[in-house]
Design a protein. Structure first.
Length: 235
């Protein structure tokens, strides 16, 4: 059975946040995140500040669940005067109504304009947008199609990666609550990952439990209890 490249029902479905003000500081860096003013190396050896989107698979972004890998694959994001069609344009991903500091309401992630950047280079820029879960799935579908000409349904990507999406949400909430108590973000992230990966005897650890939809609400409930206990200790 053949599949066609999918598209969002509307542009709002693509995004979790569409400005630096909307992007939560505690949100872990994830596939589809867009950074502005990132200093990146051109083919002629010069450094140029550009807007880029992360296209690495979510599981390939970190070495240990906390620290980003030394080199991250990105593609350049360019402004567009009008909305790009989702049909036939295989070399880029349309980013309609991406109202950010690009000088245009519309943009596109150019798959043919890739470059590697370091975590330090990303820090020099500013995260100006995040894709939604469905937006990340659409990105991966188009990226895989661009490199292989194989169309994988977005639902397949979601089924394979939903545990990572859930984990990102939990880390964001954990870091938000811990920062309110003065815990540094890196320390809070490490704390959360250690809790998720804590051995639970014969049971799978919490990170593994996130792969099963039946146990995700239990993990979240346990997290709230853990955060409450930590808050009482710190107060």
């Amino acid at each position: 059975m053949s599949h066609s490249l999918e598209k969002p029902r509307n542009s709002s479905e693509l995004y979790r946040a569409r400005s630096s003000e909307e992007v939560a500081d505690t949100r872990p860096i994830l596939t589809g995140d867009i950074f502005g003013e990132v200093p990146a190396l051109d083919l002629d050896g010069t450094i140029r500040r550009r807007t880029v989107m992360l296209v690495e698979h979510p599981c390939a972004l970190r070495l240990d669940g906390v620290n980003l890998v030394p080199k991250l694959l990105t593609v350049e994001v360019e402004p567009r005067e009008s909305k790009s069609s989702w049909t036939g344009n295989f070399r880029f991903m349309p980013l309609p109504d991406l109202v950010v500091e690009l000088g245009s309401s519309h943009a596109a992630a150019m798959f043919v304009q890739g470059c590697y950047v370091t975590p330090e280079q990303l820090e020099e820029g500013e995260r100006i947008a995040c894709l939604s879960t469905s937006g990340i799935n659409l990105l991966m579908q188009r990226w895989v199609h661009h490199t292989t000409r194989v169309v994988v349904p977005t639902l397949t990507f979601h089924e394979r990666n939903v545990a990572v999406y859930e984990e990102a949400d939990l880390v964001e909430e954990w870091c938000f609550e811990r920062e309110l108590l003065g815990v540094k973000r890196l320390d809070a992230t490490t704390e959360c990952m250690e809790w998720l990966r804590q051995p639970l005897g014969e049971l799978p650890n919490r990170q593994e439990q996130l792969r099963d939809a039946q146990f995700r609400s239990t993990v979240r409930k346990d997290m709230y209890s853990q955060l409450k206990g930590l808050a009482e200790i710190d107060s």
